[in-house]
Design a protein around this ligand. Sequence first.
Ligand SMILES: [Zn+2]
Length: 278
Amino acid sequence: MAAHMMLLERFPSYRANLMRLEEATDRRRARVTDIKKAKRVTIKTVVNVVYKDDDQNISMPQIRSQISALNRDFAATNPDRSLTPAPWTGLITDSRVRFKLVKVTRTKTAKTAFSHDDSVKSAAGGGIEPFKPASHLNIWVCALSGGLLGYAQFPGGPLATDGVVANYRAFGTKGTAQAPFNKGRTTTHEVGHYLNLRHIWGDTPDCSGSDIVADTPNCAGPNFGIPTWPVITCNNGPNGDMFVNYMDYTDDAGMVMFTAQQVLRMRAALETLRSGLI
Ligand SMILES: [Zn+2]
């Protein structure tokens, strides 16, 4: 969110684009369509590995394990969706968005770790610029400092920094991926942001914030670890916070679903600001 706020300050057009996307999303919501019958789309995906130490130069099987995890999660075929509490199982939705790995770049860097300042996205910063970001999802995998698992740029921002960044310790399901962030969910969460999803608690430290999604209950703040259901905040009983949602902050083993209205938001982004991807 810090990176997001900084971009909003630096690029007025980013703010304007996001406001227009919100209006388009409203129109999309008003249209009577069955989101479950939306056209299946495949996003060409580029993984940019930026490494200082050899172990950070992650293997092809690890990269492929992340693409597989993305495809399971966005198709709602992840077996652990069975962890979803009964009142919400009907909301689990296949986004009909898929990912195809088309390119891997590998860049040696002198930097020990990167932060959310986007330096990994340029040669001058010690990283590498994105490959055709208007038509490709770029994912940078690198060491991140300060316990940061990853971050993303919302739709409508500058192309030079467009994409998702993931910590090499929280990418894929094998190799350097470390529990409890070894089921690929950091990247699932960040691609959610990249397709215009917000955190389910609305990024305020109280009950006033909203993720602008009607079928995720209003809740107070992020959940961590793997909570026991239900967690009641903001008068959202009896079912409480939807902490099994990919857009919370739980451990990888605890987040298992997108809702129908979240899928609608992502589809609205793909039909407008991110139409170059499809
Ligand atoms: Zn997030």
